[in-house]
Design a protein around this ligand. Structure first.
Ligand code: FE2
Ligand code: FE2
Length: 249
């Protein structure tokens, strides 16, 4: 069962630990590192910043329909963590003379898809972006000698693993409402989305990813293994329970 109070308390407690780390004056990227990662990190900074209004809007509508009083607050706290990632990356970029981005085509696609979607599809798109982000930040930590960048990448990976646990439990509860056949179709579509998105992201961030030894195939393999790992942690609810109160219980 989905325990809204658990997530409300957890995200509420975590909100106090959201402090921005400032890099040491001695800890700066070399020119070669800056040239390698600037464009790529700018795109991820933009992506972290874009989580927000659309998801909150979907969550509020869904909460009203299903009578889930905690959902808007949980979503707002979750978005705050993503905004913190954006602020942390922004601080790092400014300290290292990397210009902020206003627009990127992959970010625009994710934004547009989320706007078209309903709540469940928006969470599906979000969890896909988080899985790929997790693999990317792990790679970015290996692509640099900067202690500060390594630290913030590892902290973001730790945060994303909490987010992935929240989102997959939520997603599985939502999907538990479907018939087994429809659920299989949805899972197939989700795996296809992970495959397509991981290849698109590889194309857009090829220099950083190739620098740490990734190929399109091995990057997708790691994204797919995160998918398998996190989707196994939740459990589908039997359909009979759905008649008694959806995801509120
Ligand atoms: Fe994030
Ligand atoms: Fe996240």
């Amino acid at each position: 069962m989905f325990d809204w109070n658990y997530w409300l308390e957890l995200f509420g407690a975590r909100a106090y630990a959201l402090v921005i780390r400032r890099p040491d004056a001695s800890d700066r990227l070399t020119d070669a590192e800056r040239e390698l990662i600037a464009d790529s990190i700018g795109t991820f900074q933009l992506g972290e910043q874009s989580e927000g209004r659309t998801l909150q809007g979907f969550a509020e509508k869904f909460a009203l329909e299903r009578g889930i009083a905690e959902l808007p607050a949980v979503t707002a706290l979750f978005i705050r963590e993503e905004q913190h990632h954006a602020a942390q990356l922004r601080e790092f970029m400014l300290a290292n003379g990397i210009p902020l981005k206003q627009k990127n085509w992959t970010d625009s696609i994710f934004r547009r898809l989320r706007k078209l979607a309903g709540y469940e599809a928006a969470v599906t798109i979000l969890v896909t972006a988080e899985m790929i982000g997790f693999v990317y930040y792990r790679a970015l930590a290996r692509a640099t000698e900067s202690r500060h960048l390594k630290t913030i990448c590892r902290e973001m990976c730790a945060d994303e693993s909490v987010h992935l646990r929240y989102e997959t439990q939520l997603l599985m509860t939502l999907r538990g409402k479907r018939t087994p056949l429809l659920r299989s179709c949805v899972e197939f579509a989700h795996r296809a989305l992970v495959a397509i998105a991981s290849r698109v992201v590889f194309h857009d961030h090829a220099r950083v990813l190739r620098h740490v030894g990734y190929t399109p195939r091995s990057f997708h393999k790691d994204c797919a293994s995160i998918y398998r790992m996190v989707m196994k942690t939740g459990a589908y609810r039997p359909r009979s329970r759905d008649t008694q109160g959806d995801v509120t219980s």
